[in-house]
Ligand binder design. Structure first.
Ligand code: KG4
Ligand code: ZN
Length: 347
């Protein structure tokens, strides 16, 4: 039998993604984003995102089938993000996937969004090295995972206690007047700045924090420190050195992210690190993790930026791995679960 042809649907946040994968090969990746509709609010508005998914779903399905040169009834299985994410947004994808599964009489897999962020790397670099540590950093999550098999054995080592890494980028960009989404704007501004200009705090890295939160992150203290620094400078009548603030903030985030991810590799005795999520597009993160990983003998896999951000191909990729691993499909009555635990790969 040829490798399974799997359609994947993603609607957990503000991207409507429909991807089509055969085995490890990406055939189509249609993504529509409602990011512009949220820009003036400085963050994703759940109701606006859900409405946008409704409008984008059918056109995205059509685009993906055209791009892959297939008809819907050709697919062997359908996979959909069933959580975690915004519940109203998830519901649109789950309802669409259930309708397709019933109408086409194809098996359906309700899958975990975070595991899908890990599985997407198969499409770019081939079968996943396992066990691996995965660091997922986006606007909605900052997690360190141990992945023994992305089909069924994923455990969480740590996560953010407050803001996600991308959320911190977005909030600091707002403080600096750099627009939304903030990550790319800070990445760009920081290139002209000095990362050592301001010593911003490194959350949860003190010895006493490491005892209880070794693999957890915290970025809200850093965000507040940036806001205070800017306020003081303004009060003193100084102009804000935007490039230096951006570079120093970015350095604080990527220093902690890379340190903890590589510490997890060392302590768990694992030689492979996979990075995903929108923040994985950050140029300083990519450079620093590559340099530090080489020093401790860890290989790093980071998919291309367009596969790091939310898309349907990642869901299809996880679906293809589940089918190939002989995992049974989901019962059709599964719900959208906004707080789906990470150790549940498929519902
Ligand atoms: O994965 P993603 O597209 O959506 C979710 O949040 O799930 O990630 C979006 C986040 C935003 O917070 C954005 O500011 C951040 O990823 N981001 C970046 C960069 N590009 C996107 N953060 C830092 N540097 C970047 N180059
Ligand atoms: Zn995501």
């Amino acid at each position: 039998m040829s490798e399974p042809l799997v359609l994947g649907i993603e609607t957990s946040c503000d991207e409507t993604g429909v991807g089509i994968v055969r085995g490890h090969t990406l055939l189509a990746d249609a993504v529509a984003t409602s990011v512009d509709e949220h820009a003036r609010f400085g963050g994703v508005i759940p109701e606006v995102a859900a409405r946008a998914h409704l409008e984008a779903m059918v056109p995205a399905l059509r685009r993906a089938c055209d791009e892959a040169g297939i008809a819907l009834h050709d697919v062997d299985a359908i996979a959909v993000t069933s959580g975690p994410g915004l519940v109203g947004a998830l519901l649109v994808g789950v309802a669409a996937a259930k309708a397709l599964s019933l109408a086409l009489d194809k098996p359906l897999y309700g899958v975990n969004h975070l595991a899908a962020h890990v599985a997407v790397d198969r499409l770019e670099h081939g079968p996943l090295p396992q066990p691996a540590i995965a660091m997922l950093v986006s606007g909605g999550h900052s997690s360190l995972l141990r992945v023994d098999d992305v089909a069924y054995a994923v455990t969480q080592l740590g996560q953010t206690l407050d803001d996600a890494a991308g959320e911190a980028f977005d909030k600091v960009a707002r403080i600096l007047g750099l627009g939304f989404p903030g990550g790319p704007a800070i990445d760009l501004a920081a290139r002209a700045g000095d990362p050592a200009a301001i010593a911003f705090p490194r959350g949860l890295t003190a010895a006493h924090d490491l005892e209880t939160h070794r693999f957890d992150y915290s970025f809200s203290g850093l965000k507040t420190a940036v806001a205070r620094w800017v306020e003081h400078a303004e009060r003193d009548g100084r102009s804000i050195p935007v490039a230096d603030v951006a570079a120093s903030f970015q350095e604080a985030v990527v220093d902690v992210l890379t340190r903890k991810a590589l510490d997890a590799c060392t302590r768990e005795g694992i030689e492979h690190l996979i990075i995903g999520g929108g923040v994985a597009a950050n140029s300083r993160l990519r450079a620093l993790v590559t340099e530090r990983a080489a020093r401790v003998g860890v290989t790093v896999r980071i998919p291309a930026p367009r596969l790091c951000t939310d898309n349907g191909a990642m869901v299809a990729s996880l679906g293809a791995h589940l089918v190939a691993s002989g995992i049974a499909p989901s019962e059709l009555a599964f719900p959208a679960d906004s707080s789906m635990p990470i150790d549940v790969v498929r519902v």
